[in-house]
Structures are given as structure tokens and as C-alpha cells.
Design a protein around this ligand. Structure first.
Ligand code: ZN
Length: 46
């Protein structure tokens, strides 16, 4: 899953299952925005 740091704007790949906390690996900022792929697949809610 790709996230964009709201502080430095870098794109960070995080595996939430492996990483216990979301944190920018460049600046250490903790607020990241989830990046959506340009073509959104429509998934039915489980
Ligand atoms: Zn950052």
C-alpha cells in the first residue's frame, strides 16, 4: 500500500501488517495520506 507523507510529500510504501505504526520513513512524520490507484476497481463491501 502506498502512502504520501503530508509533511515532506514523499511516497512511502508501508505494509500495515508488518509495520505496527504508520510513519514516514524519510522525515518521521506520522500523518500519511493513502494513495489511490488512478483506475479504481469497484469492490463490493464484505
Ligand atoms: Zn515525510
Amino acid at each position: 500500500m502506498s502512502y504520501q507523507c503530508l509533511n515532506c510529500g514523499k511516497q512511502v510504501d508501508l505494509d500495515l501488517k508488518a509495520a505496527k505504526k504508520i510513519q514516514c520513513s524519510y522525515c518521521g512524520y506520522r500523518i500519511l495520506e493513502k494513495l489511490r490507484p488512478p483506475v479504481a476497481k469497484r469492490l463490493s463491501a464484505v
